[in-house]
Design a binder for this molecule. Structure first.
Ligand code: SPD
Length: 361
């Protein structure tokens, strides 16, 4: 059984600096940092951190495009980042301020550069997949113990998901992830931008809508952990956090995560500095701090997401490195798809389909 592990930085952290009036405003995904990362940074630098969280790229994007967010550091997913960079929302990263850049995995940074040329405005923070979390016992009770739990069928086959409705099925409130997953299940290209494909996904999602208890992108961690829901279309590390919480609570709930055999979205969340950040120097210090091998390993060991820090890998728990739900097998990798960058027209069409699914209108 997995355990939440809290590690300390030990020798890495210098003696606490004298109090300074300097402040760093961070806006990050919820449940996406180790318990002690911020305190360690404050102790090492004397910078006070204000730390806010969100659970939706759309919410972050609205703030970035409006400007004057007051944030110094944010964490958009790479596909969203690309269009925000195009809109001038971020400032170039000054790599001369990042000696720990040498720790990064060049291959993963090169993949991310597909969204941000030359990694000019962003550094990979963590990455993961969008798959299915499930309560092993509750699902087996309803579907039979020999039902293969390896497919989007669990959520998108109306006959199967109907049998799970009573124990609680949830989905991310993330149209750019759920609609492509539905298209993939239908045998369509998950990266399609064709309005007809969005409509096909909408039709499928509408047919299973009566069996979905809610659409939300963070509540499912505690609900799965407590046994209040039994299936969630969710993010890899969040499901593993639910598994760890259930294990710590010793409540008898066993949670599994699958990357469906048909394939899944693989995404990269990026550290980026808004163009109007009040304190970009402190943001650079934080990015460099996070790129320390031990700091990144502590984060991965706590939140169960992959990172792009090669130097951290020897410090990542063996159990995490060996889990194919966190670090997919070569065979699973072949079926992963990358997030699509939608233009405004495609985005409207996707959002329309999503609103209809959620509201039935
Ligand atoms: N609880 C942290 C979840 C982070 C999810 N990142 C978003 C990925 C979007 N594709």
């Amino acid at each position: 059984m997995k355990k939440l592990i809290i590690t300390t930085l030990g020798a890495l952290v210098a003696a606490p600096a004298a109090h300074s009036a300097e402040t760093l405003n961070i806006y990050n995904w919820s449940d996406y940092i180790a318990e002690d990362t911020i305190a360690q940074f404050e102790a090492a630098t004397g910078i006070d951190v204000n730390y806010d969280v969100y659970d939706s790229n759309e919410v972050l994007e609205a703030k970035m495009l409006a400007g004057n967010s007051g944030y110094d550091l944010v964490v958009p997913t790479s596909d969203f980042l690309q269009r925000q960079v195009a809109a001038g929302a971020y400032q170039p990263i000054d790599k001369s301020l990042l000696p720990n850049l040498v720790n990064m995995d060049e291959d993963i940074m090169a993949t991310a550069a597909g969204y941000d040329a030359g990694n000019e405005h962003s550094i990979v923070y963590l990455w993961g997949t969008t798959g299915i979390g499930y309560n092993v016992e509750a699902v087996a009770e309803r579907l039979g113990a020999d039902m293969p739990i390896d497919s989007w069928e669990l959520l998108f086959n109306p006959e199967i998901v109907a049998k799970l409705a009573d124990c609680g099925v949830s989905m991310l409130d993330a149209p750019t992830e759920v609609v492509p997953a539905a298209m993939n299940y239908l045998g369509l290209d998950p990266r399609s931008t064709d309005a007809k494909d969005f409509e096909a996904a909408e039709e499928l999602l509408t047919s299973i809508r009566p069996h979905i208890r809610y659409f939300h992108s963070s509540q499912y961690i505690s609900d799965l952990a407590n046994g209040d829901t039994c299936v969630a279309l969710g993010w890899s590390g969040d499901v593993f956090q639910a598994q760890a919480r259930a294990s710590e609570a010793e409540n008898g709930v066993e949670i599994g995560y699958i990357i469906p055999k048909e394939g899944a979205l693989q995404w990269f969340d990026m550290l980026a500095i808004p163009v109007d950040a009040p304190n970009p120097e402190a943001a650079h210090k934080f990015i460099n701090f996070v790129m320390d091998a031990q700091v990144t390993a502590d984060i991965t060991n706590y939140v169960w997401y992959g990172n792009a820090n090669k130097a951290s890998m020897p410090l990542v728990d063996e159990e995490i490195k060996a889990d194919p739900g966190i670090f997919p097998t070569e065979a699973a990798k072949e079926k992963l798809w990358a997030g699509m960058v939608y233009n405004a027209r495609q985005d409207r069409s996707l959002t329309r389909a999503w609103t209809k699914v959620k509201t039935g209108k």
